[in-house]
Structures are given as structure tokens and as C-alpha cells.
Design a protein around this ligand. Structure first.
Ligand SMILES: Cc1ncc(C[n+]2csc(CCOP(=O)(O)OP(=O)(O)O)c2C)c(N)n1
Length: 278
């Protein structure tokens, strides 16, 4: 259980991550705002509270690993890694430019990134391999994998789900960012996969649900997952795509939309209003 101060600190970090998203997207360029913003609280909770992760010890064998399987949401992970001190803030402004460190999808050349992702469906397999290797090494580190709800239509993901259960991998916690939208519309209209909780349970996983914008609930779910032995865990995060940006919430246009000057100012104004109340 977090103290009120700890909770406020993490809420402020989530807000800062959203400011960083706005800075990275800038004006006149596109960026994956929607699926990044839905993960701000999860990134804050993991990198700034839960994970054994130190920017000064990125090769520490005992570090916890985070694999962003929905790699198009890289901006939110870049924001978290920047706030952790993995690279200078100047890099945020050079995101997705030819000579910049931060490319459109996670790459191993970026300090703190553990896996190349972006082709949806692969991150859980990569995470499973990491978790099995850690277990062989008797290494207590955990692996966290973050998937999207649109991504649930990828077949490879279900192969990894079966294999993780078969091998009783309990040092792996997956997150399903259930923001109900994918690139061009509502997930249920494009490729409906009902009863995700029952599906993951049937595949042999322990399933917990949490409000993905409530840091207490996220951390309770993460801690519960750690107590589960002999099977992997998935946390279904009930989230809002584009959270805290009224023009983007549940609006597929901001899956990877362009910010005009007006939208940019609006985004900052809305975050300033949240800041004033925190
Ligand atoms: C294998 C593969 N097919 C298609 C794409 C293109 N693509 C990028 S994002 C996206 C939608 C993903 O939806 P979801 O997993 O729900 O992500 P979120 O809405 O949370 O951003 C698609 C289809 C891709 N990156 N990889």
C-alpha cells in the first residue's frame, strides 16, 4: 500500500510523462499519443516504484526487464527512461529524426530498452525467453511485458501464452492495455475478441484486472501477480486511449495523429489544469 505522499509522487510522474509526450510529438508531426497516454500510470508505477531498474546499472543481471510488445507506444517508454536518467532530455526533441537516438519503435541502441519491438505479437515470446533464461540462472529478476488489446489478434502471442503456461513460468507478468481501441477504430468492431479474461484463464494464466489509471490498483495487481506460483500472470488494465487529452480520449484520429499548433497548446493547457489540482 502506498502512502499518500508516494501516491502523489507517482501521479506527478505520470503527469510529467504526459508532458514529455507532448514535447516529443511537437507541432506539425505525428506521434502515437493515444496508446502511449493510456500507459502513463503503469510506466510510473513500474519504473518509479516497482522495478529494480537503475539508469546507472543498465547491465545489472538482476535488473527487472520491461518489454513493450506494443512497440508503437515507444514514446511513453522513452519518457520514462528519460525521467530515469537513461539519456539527456535533448534527445526527446530529436525523436524520430534521422540522427536522433530515439527512433519510432524501441531499439536496443537506446539505453534501457530490452527488446526490439513494433511488429505486434512478438513481445510476449521475447519476454518468455527472458523469463526462462532468468529461471535457468536462478536469477530473481522479473520480466514485465506490455501488450495492446488490438494486438490480441496476433497468433504468435497465443503460442507464447500456451508455452508460458506449459513451462509454469511464474517470473513473467504481462499487462494487457485494454483501451478498447486500435489504430483505426474500436477493437470490438475491427477484430472482436470477447471475454479476454476467460481466454487468458483458459490458456493457464492467472488473471487480475485493475483500473489502469489508478496507481494503487496497478501496484496491488502487480504484487498479487508476484505471489502466484507455477503459472504466469496477466493484468488486464482498464484504460482510456488518449487519457487526459480530451480531444484524444477514445478518438482513433490520435492513435498516431498530427499535432497542429492549436492542438499542441490545448494539450499543454489540459495538463496544466491537472497539475494545478495535484
Ligand atoms: C504485425 C503488425 N501488424 C500491424 C501493425 C500496425 N499497427 C501498429 S499499431 C496497430 C494497432 C494496435 O492496437 P493496440 O494493440 O490496441 O494498441 P493501442 O491501441 O493500445 O495503441 C497496428 C495494427 C504492426 N505494428 N505490427
Amino acid at each position: 500500500m502506498l502512502s499518500p505522499d508516494q501516491k502523489k509522487k507517482l501521479q506527478r510522474i505520470a503527469l510529467q510523462l504526459r508532458y514529455d509526450l507532448v514535447e516529443m510529438i511537437g507541432v506539425g508531426a505525428a506521434g502515437h499519443l493515444g496508446g502511449s497516454s493510456s500507459l502513463a500510470e503503469t510506466m510510473a508505477a513500474l519504473y518509479f516504484h516497482k522495478m529494480n531498474f537503475d539508469a546507472g546499472k543498465l547491465k545489472d543481471p538482476q535488473r527487472d526487464r520491461l518489454v513493450l510488445s506494443k512497440g508503437h507506444a515507444a514514446l511513453i517508454q522513452y519518457a520514462a527512461l528519460c525521467e530515469k536518467g537513461c539519456f539527456p532530455r535533448d534527445e526527446l526533441k530529436r525523436v524520430k529524426t534521422l540522427n536522433g537516438l530515439l527512433q519510432g519503435h524501441p531499439d536496443l541502441s537506446i539505453p534501457g530498452i530490452e527488446a526490439v519491438t513494433g511488429s505486434l505479437g512478438q513481445g510476449l515470446s521475447i519476454s518468455l525467453g527472458m523469463a526462462l533464461a532468468l529461471r535457468l540462472d536462478k536469477n530473481p529478476a522479473r520480466v514485465y511485458a506490455i501488450m495492446g488489446d488490438g494486438e490480441q489478434s496476433e497468433g504468435q502471442l497465443w503460442e507464447a501464452a500456451m508455452a508460458a503456461a506449459n513451462f509454469k513460468v511464474d517470473n513473467l507478468t504481462a499487462f494487457l492495455d485494454w483501451n478498447k481501441f486500435q489504430a483505426t477504430g474500436a477493437t470490438k468492431e475491427i477484430f472482436n475478441i470477447p471475454d479476454l479474461d476467460k481466454k487468458w484463464t483458459a490458456f493457464g494464466w492467472s488473471v487480475v484486472s485493475a483500473n489502469g489509471h489508478d496507481i494503487d490498483q496497478i501496484l496491488d495487481a502487480v504484487e498479487k501477480a508476484e505471489t502466484v506460483k507455477g503459472k504466469p500472470s496477466v493484468i488486464i488494465l482498464d484504460t482510456i486511449k488518449g487519457k487526459d487529452f480530451s480531444f484524444a480520449e477514445g478518438n482513433p484520429a490520435y492513435h498516431n495523429g498530427i499535432f497542429t499548433e492549436e492542438v499542441h497548446q490545448q494539450a499543454l493547457k489540459e495538463l496544466d489544469a491537472i497539475k494545478a489540482g495535484l
